[in-house]
Design a protein around this ligand. Structure first.
Ligand code: ATP
Ligand code: MG
Length: 260
């Protein structure tokens, strides 16, 4: 479908197109459509822009990623469908590790995702700038998760100190935190279990948050460790989520009064 650029919901419709295309290509599970819809709803409530509250979380996440010894970016079908370029760009600023981790893991979908990376980023993979983990090497198990969802790569999530998990499931976020890892989630729903269980939750839309995260990671590489540690220590995830919920509530009240 051709969507005119002038359409007031152009950005949102384009994302839907990408999601549907990913379903057709076997990258996305059907349930991924529903997850996207839930995200859209919360984005509507937030006002479809990065809030100053989310920006605080983005800065804390960037500081944590720069301080990390072995960070890994975990990707699922939705993330690949919407933001594969940004994921690769961010991985290249870090140690290059990307791990495929699917809620509905099937060999077909794993391979479909691996192929997209291979087609688009052949050069980066061959030169070792990025590594796609979690498909041929997912032979470790996250404790207290059922076997398929808990399969991870030893070189990747299993030994990572910081895991960035855009659109994670609550159970897995919790299991990763219980393993002693720092978990950064990007999730539009400030009420989700993922949002509550993660170390740092960025309540923002994936494709808006990632470019900002990349910008701050680049920026923060020039700062000293002490300064970055302070940024991380001063961040309180519970407080940030509470501010986000207040933000939505205030916005709804203003809408009710026609102030927006
Ligand atoms: P939880 O298990 O954490 O309680 P959930 O079961 O409500 O979460 P899931 O279906 O596991 O939700 O995952 C979908 C989550 O991803 C939703 O919270 C949704 O808001 C979020 N989401 C979907 N699309 C995006 C997007 N493009 N950017 C950011 N978040 C998104
Ligand atoms: Mg869930």
């Amino acid at each position: 479908m051709q969507i005119p650029k002038t359409h007031p919901r152009y950005e949102s419709l384009m994302k839907r197109e990408k999601i549907v295309e990913a379903l057709d290509k076997g990258i996305l599970a059907k349930a991924g459509l529903i997850a996207h819809g839930r995200g859209e709803t919360f984005d509507y409530l937030i006002g479809e822009e990065t809030t100053p509250i989310a920006l605080e979380a983005i800065k804390a996440a960037a500081a944590l990623l720069v301080l990390a010894e072995n960070p890994v970016i975990s990707v699922n079908g939705n993330t690949v469908a919407l933001a594969i370029d940004e994921v690769v760009e961010l991985a290249k600023e870090l140690n290059g590790k990307i791990e495929v981790n699917l809620f509905y893991r099937t060999k077909e979908r794993e391979l479909a995702i691996k192929n997209v990376f291979k087609e688009k980023f052949k050069d980066d993979i061959e030169k070792g700038k990025i590594k796609i983990l979690g498909i041929d090497d997912a032979n470790k198990q996250i404790p207290n998760l059922d076997s398929l969802r808990g399969k991870v790569s030893e070189e990747g999530i299993y030994t990572a100190d910081v895991v960035l998990v855009p659109l994670e499931d609550g159970d897995r976020a919790e299991a990763l935190v219980n393993m002693g890892k720092k978990v950064i989630a990007i999730d539009l729903n400030p009420l989700s279990r993922t949002a509550r269980k993660s170390t740092i939750t960025i309540v923002d839309e994936l494709t808006r948050a990632l470019p900002l995260l990349i910008k701050y990671v680049r920026d923060f590489k020039n700062k000293d460790r002490e300064e970055l540690l302070k940024i991380v220590e001063n961040f309180d995830n519970k407080k940030n989520l509470k501010k986000m919920i207040d933000y939505i509530a205030d916005r709804l009240k203003k809408l009710e009064l026609n102030e927006l």
